[in-house]
Write a protein that binds this ligand. Structure first.
Ligand code: ZN
Length: 481
């Protein structure tokens, strides 16, 4: 066995009764090594080393489930009781040990597993293996302070059930398909006509609640509805509220799972009135939301800084934060990678009580490490991304003009990393991740996927370093020390 082992992960040692555990890197990848009577619980290969038997267990989903049963600290848990939390989506399933090393220096609860259905489809992964990757990372790092797993942007009851069945500790319900965006710009006569079709008792109850007195959110901050705005808000959001309440009562209530309601993936900005209306209706119906993700003003594009007027953002965000704090849930900021110009405001205006989701930035840091250490591979990925941009734009929205991305054939190896400092290139590299990972040669072999994993294994210390630095800057700016 010794000849197979490249290194042992020193923080992975665990003892349970008379059984011993540790994780190691072998020539065939990472394994869990178990000795003692617990061996019988795991699938793996029995070996004898220095007269002692032990089992080399591959890092499968099945073995991760056994680890979760035997070591409760490896189970995802609710973020309740933690003010700041950060989603650290790991699309490749290899970044989480680096994420754990990073967050040890901060006062923040990590959501290590976080994937949307779209990300699962684009990476060819399942909720089982996304969670298993987090479990192995937690075991490898001996991390016992708790972490979450977020079934992100789920739209249907079946999707929610799937994530819950796998043991996810957080559900982000994406209500976008129930938000009537088409009414945002409708003529008032059309709004009035539609509003008139709502049952009279629903209308009168809502009117009594919202049209008589303004809601005082805080000193000098009141939420007022004009009758015209009110009717429009009701029509746009009522179905989404009903949907969220139904999912909550059918599937979430009593489970201890964190429930985030996302209304961010819509064309129109969430007004303060709309945020208040959605929150107040959910809470009135007894839905225990742990966070709400509004669509804020300005642009939150993937992997680059905030686009828009930061002063206007602060003024608007301040009230969103007050609404959340009045009801006792967190404001959730999606597409939170690299939004450096607004992080200080997010930290300050929420008094450190926020949820921020990142994912793309860990993929881009992987590419940075590949650009610096495996330039030939980077060149191929880059060229492929440029060639396939049109298809990627179908999944992700970017407005970036790409004419400033220099032809890679004219760039020296030393300068490849500069692409990761250029917004347009970052966006191209970000949105093409699924196509890059799933690309196949005519013989069925992957074009890049296996080589990306191999490079990140080889340059793992560099990768974890890059994650620590870059995401550390996020947390510093948010004031999460
Ligand atoms: Zn979102």
């Amino acid at each position: 066995m010794e000849s197979e082992i490249i290194r042992i992960y020193p923080d992975s040692h665990q003892v349970r009764g008379s059984s011993g555990y540790f994780m190691a890197e072998t020539i065939n990848g990472n394994v869990l090594i178990v000795s003692g009577s617990d061996m019988e619980h795991f699938e793996g290969r029995l070996v004898v080393s220095q007269g002692k038997a032990c089992k080399l267990c591959p890092l499968t989903v099945e073995n991760s489930k056994t680890v979760r049963k035997l070591f409760p600290f490896t189970n995802p848990t609710s973020a309740a009781g933690h003010d700041a939390s950060i989603g650290l989506g790991d699309r490749l399933g290899v970044a989480s040990p680096g994420h754990i090393k990073l967050i040890r220096g901060f006062d923040v609860f990590p959501i290590l597993a976080q994937q949307s259905m779209r990300e699962l489809n684009l990476t060819g992964r399942t909720y089982e293996d996304v969670l298993a990757a987090a479990v192995w990372a937690v075991f490898r790092e001996g991390y016992k302070k708790g972490y979450g797993a977020d079934g992100d942007h789920l739209k249907t009851a079946d999707e929610v059930k799937y994530a819950l069945r796998c043991g996810y500790s957080m559900i982000t319900l994406d209500c976008s398909e129930h938000i009537r965006n088409d009414l945002a710009d409708a003529e008032q006569t059309a709004i009035d006509a539609q509003y008139g079709t709502l049952p009279p008792d629903v209308r009168s109850e809502l009117e009594n609640e919202y049209l008589n007195t303004p809601y005082i959110i805080d000193k000098g901050i009141a939420i007022n509805f004009t009758e015209a705005d009110f009717r429009r808000t009701v029509l746009i959001y009522l179905e989404a509220i009903n949907h969220a309440a139904a999912i909550y009562y059918d599937l979430i209530e009593g489970t201890g799972v964190d429930f985030e309601v996302s209304i961010d993936e819509t064309q129109s900005v969430t007004t303060l009135q709309s945020h208040f209306f959605v929150a107040n209706e959910l809470i009135k119906r007894g839905v225990a939301v742990s966070s709400i993700a509004p669509r804020f003003i300005g642009e939150f594009q993937k992997g680059i800084d905030y686009i828009g007027d930061t002063d206007a953002f602060e003024r608007d965000f301040a009230v969103h934060a007050k609404i959340a704090s009045r009801f006792g849930y967190k404001v959730s900021v999606h597409s939170g990678s690299d939004k450096f110009s607004i992080f200080p405001a997010v930290g300050r205006l929420t008094n450190g009580k926020f949820h921020l989701k990142t994912a793309g930035t860990s993929w881009l840091e992987a590419l940075r490490v590949i650009a610096e250490n495996a330039p030939e591979l980077y060149r191929e990925i880059h060229a492929f991304a440029m060639d396939n941009l049109a298809e990627a734009r179908e999944y992700y929205h970017i407005t970036e003009d790409i004419s400033d991305i220099a032809d890679i054939n004219n760039i020296s190896n030393d300068a490849l990393r500069d692409y990761l400092g250029l917004d347009s290139a970052r966006q191209v590299l970000h949105i093409t991740y699924g196509l890059v990972l799933m690309a196949k040669a005519p013989d069925g072999a992957t074009l890049f996927r296996d080589r990306i994993y191999k490079a990140l294994r080889e340059f793992e210390p560099e990768y974890f370093d890059a994650l620590g630095k870059h995401i550390g800057l996020h947390l510093d700016a948010l004031g999460a020390r």
